[in-house]
Write a protein that binds this ligand. Structure first.
Ligand SMILES: *[C@@H]1O[C@H](CO)[C@@H](O)[C@H](O)[C@H]1NC(C)=O
Ligand SMILES: *[C@@H]1O[C@H](CO)[C@@H](O)[C@H](O)[C@H]1NC(C)=O
Ligand SMILES: *[C@@H]1O[C@H](CO)[C@@H](O)[C@H](O)[C@H]1NC(C)=O
Ligand SMILES: *[C@@H]1O[C@H](CO)[C@@H](O)[C@H](O)[C@H]1NC(C)=O
Ligand SMILES: *[C@@H]1O[C@H](CO)[C@@H](O)[C@H](O)[C@H]1NC(C)=O
Length: 758
C-alpha cells in the first residue's frame, strides 16, 4: 500500500510538472518616478491611513471613501474637488474603544456610496464598529445630510472586512457581516436575508464583488467549503445569485431569500489531478466581447492559492452563460453526515424548480422552499472560459489582488483584445493579454506586456479601474491603502521603442507602428486609419509583422521581444523602462547613458538565475499539487468505505470547534436584524431533531467527539421541546446584552426571545 502510494506520488509529480507553465516574463519593467507629469497622485490624509475605497464614478468625478471623509476627485488629474466629512459621534467612538478596538479602527471608514438619483447620495460608514448610513443631498458646494439609519448588514463593522454592495431597482444589495465580531455573514436586501449561522448557506465568506445581470444579482466570494469538510478545511470560490424580484416566502420564510443558490468557480490547471487556484480575490465588472467568433459576457477574476501555501496566482474568466448553466443543472447534497456530497437525482427536485424567479415568491410551496434551504449548492462548478487560466504566476514575493479589464481594444486589422491590468500585494501592476482570444475561446496564450511598480513594495493594490473621461485618453486608476494613482494605460511612444519590430513585439493592443511617421504610437482621437493594417503595423497574436524589417536582435531573448535596452532614467520621462531586461542583471546600471542596443545574445548569467528560481518554484508547486492530490485520494478512499468510526478525528474536531466558537461568540453580540417570529433554523450541531431524515439531522445525531459537546448540547432538549426552529441565538442572549441592544437603532431590533440556559 505504501509503495503504491509512493509510486502514485512520483507519477503525480511528473504529471503536475508537465502541466505547469513557466511564468511569462514581462516585456517591459517600468517604475514610476515621482513628481513627473502624466502620473497623478492623491494622498488623502497624509498623517493617517485612509484605507481608500473606490466607491463611485460620477461623470468626470471619482468618489473615494476614506477615514471620516468621502473625497470627490476630478478624474482628469485627481485633484480634490470637495469633501464630505462625517465623524463618528463621540459616544460611538467611546463604546468602540470600550469593546476593545484600537483607536484607528474606531473611526468612520466610508465603505458604501451609491447615487440615489440626481444630487442624492446614500453613504454608509463603519462608524466606529457601529455601521451607519446617511442620505445626503449634493448642493452647490457642500453636502447636506437629510436622514440617517443603521447600516447593519449593509456596511461592515471592520474597515478591513471584505464586503460588497450593489444598488439596483432602488434597493441596496449587500454581502457583508451583520455583527460586531464579524462572524454572522449575510446577503441582505431589506427585508430579505440569508439564513443566519447556517454553514450551508454562507460559511465564513470573504466577498469580493457583486453585480446585476438580467433578473439576478450575483455575488462573488470565497468561503470555507462545506462539501470538502470531511477532507480537511479548504476554501472554495463561489458565485451566488438571488432573484431581483424575490419577495421572500410565505409565513416562516417571510424574511428569507427564496432564490439563493451558489456554485463553485473552477479556476484550475487541468490534469488528471487538477491544480486549483481556490481563493478568489477580485473580479471585474461584466465585460462583453467576441472571443473566437463567439459573443460572450465575461467576468474576469484573480484567484490565488491559500495564504499558507506556496504562492500561486491566476486570472480566470467565466462567462455569464456558463454561470447561469450551473444554476440550471443538478443540485448537490450530502445524504448522511460523513458521506460524500453527491448530485441530487432530478426526480427529487420539486416543482416549481427552486432558484428560478417567480413573479410572486410569496406563493411558492413549502416543498420548494424547504428544498432550496438545504440545497443552496449546485453540483457542477463553473468552468473557466478559454478552458484554463489566462495568466498564471508563481512567485515567492507576491500574489494577485485586484483586476481591471479594458474591454475589446481594437487593433489595426480589426482584431480586438481585452487588456488585463492585474494588481499584486507588493504594489505592482501587471498588464497582460490573451494573445489568441480573438481567434479562439478554447485556449489562452498569456502575454505579459508590462510590469509596473506602482506603489511601494509593501502596499497591496486595493482597487483598479479603467476610466475614460470624455475625450481624454482612458486612464488606469489604482488604489492602495494610502494612495490613489491615475496612470497612462500604455507606454508605446517611449523613445526606447524605436523600431517597427520592437513596437510589434510588445504585442500591446494599444500600440502599433505608424508607417508614415516611422514611430510606435497609440491610438488617439484624430488618428485616422488606425484600423488600416497597411498604415499601422501590429500583430498581437504573433508579435511579428512581415512588413517590419527583422532587426538583428528581434526575438533574441526567449523569443519574447526584440530589444535589449539599458534602462535609462530619463530626466523628463517619468518612467524607467527596460525592455526584456532582467531587473538585477547587467545593463540595469541606473546611469544616464540613454538607450543602448545590446548584442542579440541575452546576458546568460542573469537569465539562468531566474530560470533556476522558476525551476525551484515549479518543483515546489509540483510537490504541492502532488501532496494535495494524494491527500485527496486518501480522503476519498477513507471516507467512502470506513464506517462511522471517525476516520478524521482532527477534522471533526476542527469542525466542531468552529461551531463551538461561533456559539460562544454569539453571546457577545445580540442579533440586531429584524427577525420574523424565529423562523430561523437550528444550527446543525445544536438542535436535535426527531426524524434523522435530512443530512443535517444525521449530523445532529452523530455521537459527539468534541470535548465541548456537553456544553453544546446542554440546553438543547429544552430548546427542541419549545420550538423546532428555535435558533441558538434565541436562547443565548443574556440580560447583559439587552442594554447593548437598547443602544441599537430604530431599524435594528430583535424579536429573538431571550431565555437563559437553565
Ligand atoms: C487627517 O486626520 C486627522 C485626524 O482625523 C485630522 O485631524 C486631520 O485634519 C486630517 N488631515 C487632513 C489633511 O485631512
Ligand atoms: C463632485 O464634485 C463636482 C465638482 O464640484 C460636482 O459637480 C459633483 O456633483 C460632485 N459629485 C458628487 C457625487 O458629489
Ligand atoms: C480580506 O481579504 C484579504 C485578501 O483578499 C485578506 O488578506 C484579509 O484578511 C481579508 N479581510 C478580513 C477581515 O478577513
Ligand atoms: C475543474 O476544471 C478542470 C479543468 O477543466 C477539470 O479537470 C476539473 O474536473 C474541474 N473540477 C471540478 C470540481 O469541476
Ligand atoms: C404572475 O404571473 C401570472 C401568470 O404569468 C399572472 O397571472 C399573475 O397575475 C402574476 N402575479 C403577479 C403578482 O404579478
Amino acid at each position: 500500500m505504501i509503495m503504491f502510494r509512493c509510486a502514485l506520488v512520483a507519477a503525480l509529480i511528473a504529471v503536475a510538472a508537465a502541466a505547469w507553465q513557466e511564468n511569462v516574463r514581462p516585456k517591459v519593467f517600468a517604475q514610476l518616478v515621482s513628481g513627473v507629469d502624466d502620473t497623478h497622485k492623491f494622498l488623502g490624509n497624509e498623517t493617517h491611513t485612509d484605507f481608500f475605497r473606490l466607491l463611485l464614478r460620477d461623470g468626470n468625478y471619482l468618489l473615494v471613501g476614506g477615514r471620516n471623509v468621502v473625497y470627490n476627485l476630478s478624474l482628469t488629474d485627481l485633484t480634490e474637488q470637495r469633501r464630505l466629512i462625517w465623524y463618528s459621534p463621540e459616544n460611538d467612538v467611546k463604546m468602540c474603544v470600550v469593546k476593545g478596538k484600537d483607536e484607528e479602527s474606531c473611526q468612520n471608514y466610508i465603505r458604501v456610496l451609491v447615487s440615489l438619483g440626481p444630487g442624492r447620495l446614500l453613504v454608509c460608514g463603519t462608524n466606529s464598529f457601529k455601521p451607519f448610513c446617511r442620505e445626503y443631498g449634493v448642493q452647490r458646494d457642500s453636502y447636506h445630510m437629510e436622514r440617517e439609519k443603521s447600516g447593519q448588514a449593509v456596511c461592515p463593522y471592520d474597515p478591513e472586512h471584505n464586503s460588497t454592495a450593489v444598488y439596483a431597482d432602488g434597493e441596496l444589495y449587500s454581502g457583508t457581516v451583520a455583527d460586531f465580531s464579524g462572524i454572522e455573514p449575510i446577503i441582505y436586501r431589506e427585508p430579505l436575508q440569508t439564513e443566519p449561522y447556517d454553514s450551508m448557506t454562507l460559511n465564513a465568506p470573504d466577498f469580493v464583488n457583486s453585480l446585476v445581470h438580467g433578473n439576478f444579482v450575483y455575488f462573488f466570494f470565497r468561503e470555507t467549503a462545506v462539501e470538502y469538510i470531511n477532507c480537511g478545511k479548504s476554501v472554495f470560490s463561489r458565485v451566488a445569485r438571488v432573484c431581483r424580484d424575490d419577495r421572500g416566502g410565505p409565513h416562516r420564510f417571510k424574511q428569507r431569500w427564496t432564490s439563493f443558490l451558489k456554485s463553485r468557480l473552477n479556476c484550475s490547471v487541468a490534469g488528471d489531478f487538477p491544480f486549483y487556484f481556490n481563493e478568489i480575490q477580485s473580479t471585474t465588472e461584466l465585460i462583453e466581447g467576441v472571443y473566437g467568433g463567439l459573443n460572450a459576457q465575461l467576468i474576469y477574476g484573480t484567484f490565488t492559492t491559500p495564504p499558507n501555501s506556496i504562492s500561486g496566482s491566476a486570472v480566470c474568466a467565466f462567462s455569464m452563460q456558463d454561470i447561469a448553466d450551473t444554476f440550471e443543472g443538478t443540485f448537490k447534497e450530502q445524504s448522511a453526515f460523513n458521506s460524500n456530497w453527491l448530485p441530487v437525482n432530478n426526480a427529487k427536485v420539486p416543482e416549481p424548480r427552486p432558484g428560478t424567479c417567480h413573479n410572486d415568491s410569496r406563493q411558492l410551496p413549502d416543498k420548494t422552499l424547504n428544498f432550496i434551504k438545504t440545497h443552496a449548492l449546485m453540483d457542477e462548478s463553473v468552468p473557466a472560459f478559454f478552458g484554463e487560466p489566462i495568466v498564471i504566476r508563481t512567485s515567492f514575493h507576491y500574489r494577485f489582488t485586484q483586476i481591471a479589464v479594458d474591454p475589446q481594444v481594437k487593433t489595426p486589422g480589426g482584431k480586438a483584445y481585452d487588456v488585463l491590468f492585474i494588481g499584486t500585494d507588493n504594489g505592482k501592476i501587471i498588464k497582460a493579454v490573451n494573445a489568441i482570444s480573438y481567434d479562439s475561446n478554447k485556449r489562452a496564450v498569456p502575454i505579459v506586456i508590462e510590469e509596473l511598480q506602482a506603489f511601494a513594495a509593501g502596499s497591496p493594490v486595493r482597487a483598479l479601474r479603467v476610466a475614460r473621461a470624455g475625450r481624454d485618453a482612458a486612464r488606469l486608476i489604482a488604489v492602495s491603502d494610502r494612495e490613489v494613482l491615475s496612470l497612462r494605460l500604455h507606454r508605446c511612444s517611449s523613445d526606447k521603442i524605436s523600431s517597427c519590430s520592437e513596437c510589434v513585439a510588445l504585442q500591446d493592443p494599444y500600440c502599433a507602428w505608424d508607417k508614415q511617421a516611422g514611430r510606435c504610437r497609440a491610438y488617439s482621437h484624430g488618428v485616422s486609419r488606425w484600423l488600416d493594417e497597411n498604415s499601422f503595423y501590429q500583430s498581437v497574436s504573433t508579435g511579428s509583422h512581415t512588413a517590419c524589417p527583422h532587426s538583428k536582435d528581434a526575438g533574441a531573448v526567449g523569443g519574447l521581444s526584440s530589444g535589449l535596452y539599458d534602462d535609462a532614467r530619463g530626466e523628463n520621462k517619468g518612467e524607467v523602462i527596460n525592455i526584456v531586461q532582467d531587473k538585477d542583471g547587467k545593463g540595469n546600471s541606473n546611469n544616464n547613458e540613454g538607450p543602448e542596443v545590446l548584442a542579440a545574445d541575452p546576458p546568460p548569467a542573469a537569465y539562468s538565475v531566474e530560470t533556476l528560481a522558476l525551476a525551484v518554484a515549479a518543483g515546489a508547486l509540483a510537490a504541492l499539487g502532488a501532496g494535495f492530490a494524494a491527500g485527496y485520494i486518501c480522503g476519498r478512499r477513507c471516507k467512502k468505505d470506513e464506517d462511522d468510526n471517525m476516520p478524521y478525528p482532527d477534522t471533526e474536531y476542527e469542525y466542531f470547534e468552529q461551531r463551538q466558537n461561533i456559539n460562544s461568540r454569539i453571546q457577545a453580540e445580540p442579533k440586531l436584524l429584524q427577525q420574523v417570529e424565529e423562523v430561523t433554523y437550528a444550527e446543525p450541531v445544536l438542535a436535535p431533531q426527531p426524524k434523522p431524515a435530512s443530512p443535517r439531522a444525521t449530523l445532529r445525531k452523530h455521537p459527539p467527539y468534541h470535548p465541548h459537546h456537553e456544553t453544546l448540547f446542554q440546553f438543547q432538549p429544552d430548546a427542541y421541546r419549545r420550538d423546532n426552529f428555535g435558533t441558538l441565538r434565541s436562547h443565548q442572549l443574556t440580560q447583559e446584552y439587552s442594554d447593548h441592544r437598547a443602544m441599537g437603532t430604530g431599524a435594528a431590533t430583535t424579536t429573538a426571545s431571550r431565555r437563559r440556559v437553565p
